[in-house]
Design a protein around this ligand. Sequence first.
Ligand code: NA7
Length: 557
Amino acid sequence: MIQDVLIVGAGFGGMYGVYKFRGMGLSVKAVEAGSDVGGTWYWNRYPGARCDVPSLEYSFGFSEELEQAWEWPEVFSAQPDILDYANHVAERFDLRQHIQFNTRVTSITWRDGDQVWELGTDTGETLRGRFVVMATGCLSVPNKPNLPGAARFKGQVLHTGLWPHEEVSLEGKRVGVIGTGSSGVQAIPELAKQAGHLTVFQRTPVYTVPANRKRMREAVQQEFKDNYREIREMQWRNAGGVSGFRPLKSAPSRANQPDVGPAASGVTGIPGGDSGGGLRIKAMTPEQREQVVEAGGLGMILAFRDIYSDIEANDIANELFRSQIRKIVKNPEVSEKLLPKDYGIGCKRQVLDRDYYDTFNRNNVSLVDLRETPLDTITETGVQVGSDHHELDVLIYATGFDAMTGALVRANITGRDGVTLRDKWADGPVAFMGLQMRGFPNLFTVTGPGSPSVLCNMLVAIEQHVNWIADCVAWMRENEKATIEPLEQSEIDWVAHVNEVAEGTMYTVPSCNSWYLGANIEGKPRIFMPYVGGLPRYREHTDGQAENNYPGFEVLG
Ligand code: NA7
């Protein structure tokens, strides 16, 4: 059987794809490596895993019934609650009947004669479809660095991005964690509570600020539900896909954190996620800056408008940040190691934490600075760093992902004339609007490189992409077109535009090494992959293409 649409992945993108294409009367099948839905939230079950976008914003807007039915327990959701939501969506819309679980797609090949895609799987099947939608996620291929001696370690080895489904008991154990990005920073306070001793192996210190940890108030949730249509419009008009809607009618809470957004003004994991402040750090005296932080907390440093585009302002903010951490971490030697010094705020995705710095005041936690003394080797019983051997029962990799391109390249996609995506992207991802690649007709990517994706509220970005792809497929069918793919020039112009808008931001300054740039993966070309121009500007481009019958694409009848 040839499916109208084959979808790879059953995270939020794949799930909404199934719903959308089925609703158009098309045959659709999704293939998922995991045993159930949820994508990111299915795999990342490590203790402390949590979303960095407010719960009421990080939700689907395509169904009013869903919006009204679902209750979020916290202002920022923990992983189990988001996974519950994913399960609820699957059940409510009866999506699982269209999803083949426990099946990894191992190859995707264009058959020009039949104009179909053929998907090979690790179960030995071959699936055929007219259109393919890659809903494979931006952070779905765990990065496990090739550390010397790693295979020798006899204890338990875990990766935050592949955390086991069954309970992991760390009680009384000597636990080591490598990595201090979002995953490490979220996990470390929880691991410290569970472990006998926790050793943190840090290569690059992080700028992290406290997350909002408030319970959801019923009145606030209700006000969102009453205003969801307007809120969704506000999301579409916001650069980061976050409405920033503030409940007006609900009685203000007495707790010292706001009911909706971040702990302090301007704080989510994505830029433009909140209205932020109008303050400029350069225009203030040192005393005034201190007062801002004292009044609003560490996260207020992120609300200064000028720090994202002015290196001097950025330096002032970085120093202000460091001075605050020195006050929290009691041991000055440890404190100094925890301070980022060779890159600035705004270069990497903002990390939000719960008690991260305080955790280093515990007497069962030690910090090993791999910049000071590099890791020599993993041994059978631990990690050797210089003359110190750290004995461990459990070694946890919190070492991130081959972001944005990893899952697409790994799927072994071969397009027209035998050209592989791996070859096409050897020098970095080349795609039109993060939606399609020339040479790969009728294959679409959800939140692909060159789209707002990880710089946007992911659920909003996913809905926008799936809607666009569905409209394109509908248009093709109405007009009896067989194939669509971008013109070569469209890709060239788009990549130039993506680079142009990223220039002059903190994301691309030479001192910055982030997964946005692919800098966390050895040998990966250094290219800024997401679209920093914001969702509204991006939508002008995608809507413009659709409204004008896809002038940037080659469409064959
Ligand atoms: P990140 O942000 O890529 O962080 C990975 C961490 O692992 C980071 O501290 C790395 O240090 C460290 N790392 C990676 N390789 C090594 C080696 N070889 N040795 C020592 N340390 C290493 O991944 P996360 O999973 O935390 O977060 C990814 C996103 O998921 C996050 O931004 C949110 O959007 C959700 P480095 O900085 O490379 O020196």
